[in-house]
Design a protein around this ligand. Sequence first.
Ligand SMILES: N[C@@H](CCC(=O)N[C@@H](CS)C(=O)NCC(=O)O)C(=O)O
Length: 122
Amino acid sequence: MKAIRWILGRIILILDFLTSSKPVTRQAGVQQNIDKETASMSLYQFHACPFCVKVRRHLRRHTLHIQLRDAKTEGKFKAELMREGGRHKVPCLKLVKEDGSVEWLYQSNDIIAYLNERFDLA
Ligand SMILES: N[C@@H](CCC(=O)N[C@@H](CS)C(=O)NCC(=O)O)C(=O)O
């Protein structure tokens, strides 16, 4: 079972590599403003998880520079996700608000919908 999962993971990564679309380019000032906002976000994820690949493709396509945190291989990120987010489930977007409060957003579709709305993405 573990071997099959590993093979499927590699296939997903290869397909992702072969079919990745060109990132959008924005005026420098616009991109800088977006970068400032995404600096307070981080994506807890696994390298070969299909739902994480889906979100990473969305980030890449829309040139959203969000720090990736591997919650499988990095013990501290896995612990943080479980302790603060409440579940060891990926992908999960950590949002640090201006008032210092933190929100943990699970579910790939919800993460994508949130980013679309926040950055007015098509
Ligand atoms: N419906 C979820 C599915 C996420 C999911 O199943 N993630 C798996 C990895 S592919 C996971 O976190 N597994 C770890 C666990 O359940 O402990 C989504 O779209 O984000």
